[in-house]
Unconditional design. Structure first.
Length: 399
C-alpha cells in the first residue's frame, strides 16, 4: 500500500505521513525543498516528538521522497498510488492540478481504481477548488467525479513551534501534540475508506468544518485577543489561558457556538459531546510545550475578522440560531485592539495594514465594511452597538 503525500512540512510529516506509515503504508512525500527530499531518501525515516502531558518519541518508518518539480516522476507515483494527501497550503494548491489531471487520465487508461486525495488544507470548499482546477485540464467528457475522490478534512492538530536551532539539529524531526484524529468526509471517497487508526470519517462533514471554525478557531482567537488586551506583555497562549478572566470568556464564547451548533446539527452534536470537546480544547490551549504565541494565533486581523471566518462567522451562526453571543461580541471588540508583535517587535504585515487603513475609519466602519455586518438589519445593528461599546470599555480599562 502506498500514500503519495504532497507537502513534507509540519502537518504532512507529523500527522498524515505518521498516521499512514503506522498503518503499514509506504509514504512517498512530494516536496520542492531539495534538502528535505534528499534527507528523506537518505534516512528513510524521521522522528515525531510528542510534546504533551506524556512526552513520546515516534519513529515514522518506510518513507521516501520525490522532487515535486519532476512532473513525470510525480505523475508516475500517483498513477500507482493507493491514496494521496495534500498539505501544501492554499497558495501552492494550484501547482498540483496538472499532475493530478495527468495521473487520473493515466489511471483511467490503465484501468486503475479511482484516486482518492485527502485534502489537509486550511481552505473552505477545498474540494470544489481542486475539482474545478483539475477539470479545466481534462476533456469536457472526462469522467472526473468517478475517477477522483476529493476528501475534505477538519485539521484539529496543533503543531508546537520549533526554534531555528531545533530545526537545524535535525531538519527531519517535527514536534506534535498528542491529539491524533483526522476528521474527514466519508462521502467523498471513491474507493474504500482506508483502515487507518486515527482516520475519523464523518457523514456530515460540514458540521465538523463548522465546529472547527466556530469552536476551536473561535476559542483560540478569543483567548489570544482578550489575553493581549488584558496584558499586552503576555507572549504565550498558555499564559492567556491561565488567566481566569480570559479563560472564562473563551469558554463562554465557545459555548455560544456550541449551543448554536447543537441546534444547527442536532444529529451530530449534544451538550455532552460539546462539553467534552470544549474542555479538551482548553486543556490543549494550556499546553506549555506547544510554545504557541499570542502573536501567531491572533495575527492577520483582516482575514480573521472577515464575514465567514472564526469570529463573525460564529456570530452569524449564533444570530441564525437565535443564541445570545455577548462573549463572542467581546472577542470581536478585543480583536479590534489587538497589536501583538513578533520577536523583533513588528506587526504582522496584514495587521500593520489594518492599523494604517482600517483603524482610522473607526469600529463602526470596520464592522460594516470588513466584517460585513449590516446596520440596517436590527439584530446586526445591535451587535455593532455592543461591539463598539465593548471596544470603548476595553480601551479605558486598566491592564
Amino acid at each position: 500500500m502506498k500514500l503519495v503525500q504532497f507537502g513534507a512540512g509540519n502537518i504532512g510529516r507529523s500527522f498524515i505521513g505518521q498516521l499512514f506509515s503506522r498503518a503499514g503504508y509506504e509514504v512517498a512525500f512530494v516536496d520542492v525543498m531539495p534538502e528535505m527530499v534528499a534527507l528523506l531518501n537518505e534516512r528513510r525515516r524521521y522522528r515525531v516528538e510528542v510534546k504533551d502531558e506524556r512526552p513520546e518519541t515516534i519513529w515514522v518508518e518506510n518513507v521516501r521522497a520525490v522532487d515535486g518539480r519532476d512532473r513525470e516522476r510525480v505523475v508516475a507515483e500517483l498513477t500507482t498510488a493507493d491514496i494521496a494527501g495534500t498539505a501544501v497550503g492554499p497558495a501552492a494548491l494550484p501547482h498540483l492540478f496538472p499532475v493530478i489531471a495527468d495521473a487520473v487520465r493515466a489511471r483511467q487508461e490503465r484501468g486503475a481504481p479511482p484516486l482518492d486525495i485527502i485534502l489537509c488544507e486550511n481552505l473552505r470548499s477545498a474540494a470544489d477548488t481542486v475539482r474545478a482546477g483539475v477539470a479545466r485540464l481534462l476533456p469536457a467528457d472526462f469522467p472526473l467525479d468517478e475517477s477522483l475522490g476529493l476528501v475534505e478534512t477538519s485539521i484539529g492538530k496543533m503543531v508546537p513551534i520549533m526554534t531555528a536551532a531545533q530545526r537545524a539539529e535535525d531538519p527531519l524531526a517535527v514536534y506534535a501534540e498528542a491529539y491524533n484524529t483526522l476528521i474527514c468526509d466519508a462521502r467523498a471517497f471513491r474507493g474504500p475508506i482506508p483502515n487507518v487508526p486515527g482516520l475519523d470519517p464523518k457523514q456530515n462533514m460540514r458540521a465538523y468544518v463548522d465546529r472547527k471554525s466556530f469552536i476551536h478557531n473561535l476559542g483560540h482567537a478569543v483567548t489570544a485577543y482578550l489575553g493581549y488586551v488584558r496584558d499586552p506583555k503576555l507572549v504565550y497562549l498558555w499564559e492567556a489561558v491561565a488567566r481566569p478572566d480570559v479563560q472564562a470568556v473563551a469558554r463562554a464564547a465557545m459555548w455560544e457556538s456550541a449551543r448554536a451548533l447543537i441546534r444547527e446539527y442536532p444529529e451530530e452534536f449534544t451538550e455532552a459531546n460539546q462539553d467534552a470537546h470544549i474542555e479538551d480544547l482548553l486543556r490543549r490551549f494550556a499546553n506549555r510545550a506547544l510554545g504557541d504565541t499570542i502573536f501567531r494565533v491572533g495575527r492577520d486581523l483582516p482575514r480573521k475578522l472577515s464575514p465567514e471566518d472564526r469570529l463573525v462567522g460564529a456570530l452569524r451562526l449564533d444570530l441564525r440560531q437565535e443564541v445570545p453571543a455577548p462573549n463572542t461580541l467581546l472577542g470581536i471588540a478585543a480583536a479590534l485592539r489587538f497589536r501583538a508583535t513578533d520577536e523583533e517587535g513588528r506587526l504582522h504585515p496584514a495587521d500593520a495594514q489594518f492599523v494604517a487603513e482600517w483603524l482610522p475609519q473607526g469600529p463602526e466602519a470596520i464592522l460594516t465594511n470588513l466584517c460585513g455586518l449590516n446596520p440596517r438589519v436590527p439584530r446586526e445593528a445591535a451587535c455593532i452597538r455592543e461591539v463598539v461599546a465593548n471596544f470603548q470599555r476595553l480601551g479605558s480599562e486598566p491592564a
